[in-house]
Design a protein around this ligand. Structure first.
Ligand SMILES: [Zn+2]
Length: 179
């Protein structure tokens, strides 16, 4: 097995997003330089909004289930550790929901970077095969397995949340089988 995107955690992907698209420290100077490899302002704004929405979702989710969590970390990429730390006492179902949220964020960060191939490495929640591909226009993953299609032959589509929930459930059941 070669090293790939699977080696990235949601936190490291978020760090990568910040480093590659927002380039902290370069600021105005870099913007005016307008180099070909500099992400355009609209892209950078979109990435900035993406990161802020992710951090907000983690914060809201954490505070809803752990009101005593206190202030979130300053660094965006630290929010996942913060979330896990403050929700470690919750029941299995809520911990599962948290892991599914974090996993979904990892997928969203990869897609925000334009790495839609990350979807191909996800098992289809319907048939369990690795034949998913990302449809940006539909904001959903489509399964190419014809045996997975519905009675009319229409391919099934899955949201990132469905894929993440299924991933966490599969991981858990294989962990149970291993013990
Ligand atoms: Zn399928």
């Amino acid at each position: 097995m070669s090293a790939g995107d699977d080696d990235y955690t949601p936190a490291s992907r978020l760090r990568l997003l910040q480093a590659e698209f927002l380039q902290p420290g370069r600021g105005q100077h870099h913007e005016r330089a307008a180099k070909a490899d500099t992400p355009s302002v609209p892209i950078r704004i979109a990435i900035y909004d993406h990161i802020r929405a992710a951090v907000d979702e983690v914060t809201e989710h954490t505070r809803a289930v752990a009101p005593d969590a206190g202030p979130r970390p300053e660094r965006a990429d630290m929010v996942y550790d913060w979330m896990r730390e403050h929700t470690a006492h919750l029941d299995a179902e809520r911990q599962r929901a948290r892991e599914a949220l974090i996993y979904r964020h990892g997928l969203e960060h990869a897609l925000a970077m334009g790495e839609s191939k990350v979807i191909r490495r996800q098992a289809c929640p319907g048939c369990g095969t690795w034949g998913l591909f990302w449809r940006r226009d539909r904001e959903a993953a489509v399964c190419v397995n014809r045996f997975c299609a519905d009675d009319d032959g229409v391919s099934r589509t899955w949201t990132l949340a469905q894929i993440a929930d299924d991933h966490i459930a599969r991981k858990e059941s294989s962990a149970r089988r291993a013990t």
